[in-house]
Ligand binder design. Structure first.
Ligand SMILES: [Zn+2]
Length: 90
């Protein structure tokens, strides 16, 4: 057994567990480069939605999933960045 891959380490199931343990309902994806408002996911048990509205653009919440969060973590540059994103789970 080698070390786990990114997809194994930051799996959708793992993210769900982290959210449940923390009782979290919000995970920041990034902040808008123009207005600085956080963009991210609303989490409520099995319900996940991506909220991309911010101070300069409005758009409705889009149905999302833990799998989508996992994919977005997977494309980050390093585990350090992934851990920073997950540390903001609240
Ligand atoms: Zn903005």
């Amino acid at each position: 057994m080698g070390s786990p891959t990114v997809a194994e380490k930051y799996s959708a199931e793992w993210i769900r567990e982290q959210a449940q343990e923390k009782g979290a309902h919000w995970l920041v994806s990034h902040d808008c480069s123009l207005c600085g408002v956080d963009v991210g996911w609303i989490i409520d048990g099995d319900y996940v939605a991506y909220r991309s509205g911010c101070g300069c653009s409005w758009s409705p919440d889009r149905p999302s999933s833990y799998a989508e969060i996992a994919r977005s973590l997977e494309i980050q540059r390093s585990d350090e960045v992934r851990d920073q994103i997950m540390a903001d789970l609240k």
